[in-house]
Write a protein that binds this ligand. Sequence first.
Ligand code: XBP
Ligand code: MG
Length: 259
Amino acid sequence: MRRPQALIFDVDGTLADTERDGHRVAFNRAFRDAGLDWDWTVDLYGRLLSVTGGKERILYFLDEFNRSFKRPADLTGFIADLHRSKTKHYMSMMAEGAIPLRPGVRRLLEAARAADIRLAIATTTTPENVTALIGSTLPEGAMGWFEVVGAGDIVGRKKPAPDIYSWVLQQMKLEPRQVMAFEDSAHGVVSAHQAGISQIVVTVNDYTRSQDFGDAAVVLDHLGESGSPATALAGKAPDDGVVDLPYLTALFDSERINV
Ligand code: XBP
Ligand code: MG
C-alpha cells in the first residue's frame, strides 16, 4: 500500500476548537479595549465565520451587521489596529492554556513523526496565533515538527481560495496527490480540493457540523482516542474508532485507486 508523504493540518477548529472560546472572546476584548460596544455572541460569530480571516471578518461585520457605525476615515488602519489588539488578547489566552488540542491530534502528530511522515500547516489565522497554540499545547520545540507553516497574509487570497494549500505544497515540493489534508470546515475543504488534494479528512465541530463536505474522503466527529472512539458522519470511521496511520494509509490508497 502507498502511504501519504505528508499530512497538512488546518489549525482553527481542526487542531483545536479555538473559534467560539478563543478567537471570538479575543475579538470582543479588543472591541471593549477600543471603547466599542460591539458584542460578537456565539450565534453571531457562527454567521461571521462565513468570512475567513479576522480583518476580513471585521469588515464583513460592518458591511452586513453594523451598517450604522460611523466609519473612521482610515478604515483599513482602524481594522488593522483592532486586529492587532485581538491577536495580543488571543496570544495571552493561549499562553494561559485556554484551549486544549482536540482528541487524537497529539497522538496522530507523534505517530506521523515516528513514521517519518512530513507535517505542515495550512491556515488562515495569523502566524503568531499558531505559535501560541502549539507552544501551549505541545512540548517545547514542537513548532519544529511542522516543516512548513502556511498562515495568514502570506498568500493574497484566504480560504476557500486554494492559495494557502498550493503555497504549502510548493514549499514542500510535493504534488497534491501525495498528501492528505485535515480540515473542519467547508471553506477549508474547498480550499484543499481546489489545490488538487483529494484526500481530505474532516473533523467537525459545533460551528461546522451541518456544512456540506462533498469533496471530503471522510467526515468524522474527531480523530478518536481509546475510550473516546471517532464516529463517522460520512464515509467509513476506523473500526477501532482511532484515526491512526494504518487507517489513513488504507483511506489514502483506496482514494488513489478511485481517482
Ligand atoms: C480560521 C480563520 C481565522 C480565525 C481568526 O481559519 O478564519 O480568521 O478565525 O484568526 P482556519 P485571525 O480554520 O483556516 O485556520 O484573526 O488571525 O485571522
Ligand atoms: Mg478551520
